[in-house]
Design a protein around this ligand. Structure first.
Ligand code: SF4
Length: 101
């Protein structure tokens, strides 16, 4: 059974689909992200977190999964990734990860 909070988060991500799909995977954000710089793990960068959020939104990954919780929890909410992207539709304040920071 899906918990209420999981369903709410999945629905919130679904409402942000346009922003999730705006990422063009350019990687320009990576060097600005302190957690990616510290770990070198794609899932600890903005691009990886967007990918994980898409997976949850598309119900390929559970909100409660250790992968999702770990890498989203590591986001500092610093928004250093904002403005460091080729997808000019995305601004730092628009990033879905701002919901978690
Ligand atoms: S807000 Fe999160 S994803 Fe963006 S640069 Fe900061 S730690 Fe990285």
């Amino acid at each position: 059974m899906v918990s209420t909070s999981s369903a709410l988060l999945t629905n919130a991500l679904a409402a942000e689909e346009e922003k999730l799909l705006a990422c063009v995977h350019c990687g320009l954000c990576l060097e600005a992200c302190p957690t990616y710089v510290a770990t070198g793990d794609e899932n600890d960068g903005p691009r990886g977190r967007l990918y994980l959020m898409r997976a949850v939104k598309e119900r390929r990954l559970a909100v409660e999964s250790p992968t999702f919780e770990t890498h989203i929890d590591r986001c500092l909410g610093c928004r250093a990734c904002g403005g460091r992207t080729a997808a000019l539709l995305i601004r730092c304040s628009d990033l879905p990860c701002a919901m978690f920071g």
